[in-house]
Design a protein around this ligand. Sequence first.
Ligand code: ZN
Length: 189
Amino acid sequence: MSRKIITLPNSHLREKSHKIGIVTDDVRRLIEDMKEATLKWEAGRDHEVGVALAAVQVDELVRIIVVRNDCNDKKNLEFTSFINPVIVKRQGELVEDFEGCLSVPDIYGKVSRYGKVKVRATDENGQQFRISADGFLARIFQHEIDHLQGVLFIDRIKENSDAFFQLTAEGKLEQLNYEEDVRNNSILW
Ligand code: ZN
């Protein structure tokens, strides 16, 4: 089934997702749909990579995320899925870097995230596993697990007038005018 990625101002993006009880075929099918939707989104863009997706972004309010196995290689189309993912440890310093979201089109922000995290999740066979991540991957986990709580990256930088950027047609990031384009933008809030 081909699924559409929802974007702001869809209010479902700010709702909490529910825990998955048993990993059924429907769950596994949803995971495949999420991977397909991410790759389809990416295929239409020259300057962006679809690195991860939360189920809420295909309008299913359940606690599932999929993350690309190699975020630096667009040709690697493999993903790993994380059911009921939880950050069990946050470590290292807060690092500020650019972040975007498939549900917040063309806007990028400078967001502070922990440098290292440990995540516990369930796999597609119902088995629990843990993974340690640092750098960009740690950022991805924090961004995606925020989605399950109904939190978007822009919500974390809402008051930070220097943190908002826009992707130009040439693939460059340009700072947005906070008052005009961000603070008073009814699509975002
Ligand atoms: Zn996102």
